[in-house]
Design a protein around this ligand. Structure first.
Ligand SMILES: Cc1ncc(COP(=O)(O)O)c(C=O)c1O
Length: 419
């Protein structure tokens, strides 16, 4: 009888993982209250406003501006920082496309740099080396919930007079040296898309401690209006990025669960650290000693094919699926995306910047390559389970490691489309 579920054996996971998104009577009540109030629009409403204030407070920020999604949060931030034609913004090659496309949206050039080998967050030395006279900002991404090196990045940003933006789409309530992420630089941006650590299906937030930045961002997100002015005065270029009252109401309730859920995810992930680091060929994302709490959007681990009978990441994922362990694909390196390879991105640029060589596109990015093609992610809802769930995950991965040879003898699972 085969041991692996992939080959007809029994599944390792018997008890179901918690469902996501989570909701109870409080979300139901909040939505009914919005419905019956007939105030569904943010402008005269109170729910989204309350949520902005509460979310900012939880992260130790003075201001919060709620927007339609995490991509919009980056777009509004970049516009509010005055970044545009001819400018450069340094960001990690290993991230979701939105971190780079928001820069292109502002007609500026995203300059991609490699990540640190163990945390998969932007490498501060490479940031410093990529700074030119055109650089205006650095975007750090807190990968999987693990903060980027905020000590080094804030110091570099200060010394070179650059804006630091924290793309915190994975890192609600994460902490660096006991302080919540999001206010180490000019602004922190968040996503409330369905898979994120709290959600209204879609949604986003910008937090900041800078009063001038907040005024600018609020105006950009509301058609160039300014608080206290006539409704039809539009002072700067802006668009409509407002979040509805439905989403504000749901997110207020979701926020009330964030602290307890973050603690649970962080603790369960540390249980997995201990169990998985004993499995040959599997290396969990390193947790820096200065990361005092990881929001843990995902549990990321590296699979060393050489130590696992030459197994491919696709085969490893197929075996995990069969064992009943949820997983999600890692991001491909941004510089390998079609829009960078076929030159489409240049259409967003102007002047010399549109036609000159962009040296970073010729680089090798070894750590991004490894993170993109050789890591596996266990999504956050699984970390809301109990300790027994973590032991079942570890048992499944131990089984895959033990039987890796039987997997590599099978035909290859299809490779990921982006490759
Ligand atoms: C790192 C990162 N930045 C930005 C975004 C964009 O957020 P949204 O999907 O809400 O637009 C995401 C979402 O997946 C993300 O993972």
């Amino acid at each position: 009888m085969p041991e692996l579920a992939l080959l007809g054996g029994a599944k390792s996971k018997r008890k179901p993982f918690p469902e996501w998104p989570q909701f109870d009577a409080n979300e139901r009540r909040a939505l009914m209250e919005v419905l019956e109030s007939r105030v569904w629009w943010r402008t005269p409403g109170t729910r989204t406003l309350e949520f902005e204030q509460a979310f900012a407070k939880v992260h130790g920020a003075r201001h919060g501006v709620a927007v339609t999604n995490g991509t919009a949060a980056l777009e509004v931030t970049i516009a509010a920082l005055g970044i545009g034609h001819g400018d450069e913004v340094i960001l990690p090659n290993f991230t979701f496309v939105a971190t780079a496309s928001a820069v292109l949206f502002a007609n500026a050039l995203p300059v991609l740099v490699d990540v640190a080998p163990e945390t998969y967050c932007i490498d501060p030395d490479l940031v410093e080396a990529a700074i030119t006279s055109r650089t205006k900002a650095i975007i750090a991404v807190h990968m999987g919930g693990h903060p980027a090196d905020l000590d080094r990045l804030s110091e570099i940003a200060r010394r070179h007079n650059l804006s630091l933006v924290e793309d915190s789409s994975h890192a609600h309530a994460s902490e660096w040296r006991g302080r919540r992420i999001g206010t180490f630089g000019a602004a922190g941006t968040f996503s409330f898309q369905s898979s994120k650590l709290m959600t209204a299906g879609e949604g986003g937030m910008i937090i900041s401690n800078d009063d001038d930045f907040e005024r600018q961002a609020r105006s950009v997100h509301d058609c160039g209006r300014m608080p206290g002015e006539w409704f039809y005065s539009h002072f700067i270029y802006g668009s409509n990025y407002r979040l509805s009252e439905w989403q504000g109401a749901v997110l207020n309730v979701q926020l009330a669960r964030l602290d307890e859920q973050t603690k649970r995810r962080h603790q369960n992930a540390r249980v997995l650290d201990k169990l998985l680091c004993e499995i040959p060929g599997i290396t969990p994302q390193k947790i820096d000693s200065r990361c005092t709490r990881n929001g843990q959007y995902a549990y990321i681990f590296h699979v060393n094919s050489k130590e696992l009978a030459g197994i491919s990441t696709e085969q490893f994922i197929a075996a995990m699926n069969a064992e009943g362990i949820p997983n999600q694909a890692s991001y491909p390196p941004l510089h390998e995306l079609h829009m960078f390879r076929n030159g489409e991105y240049r259409k967003r640029l102007a002047g010399a910047q549109a036609s000159e060589d962009h040296a970073f596109l010729q680089q090798k990015f070894p750590h991004t390559q490894r993170a993109a093609w050789e890591t596996v992610w266990i999504p956050q809802p699984a970390l809301l389970g109990d300790e027994e769930d973590m032991h079942e995950i570890a048992a499944a991965l131990r089984k895959i490691q033990r039987c890796a040879k039987e997997i590599t003898a099978q035909p290859l699972a299809p490779a990921r489309a982006a490759r």
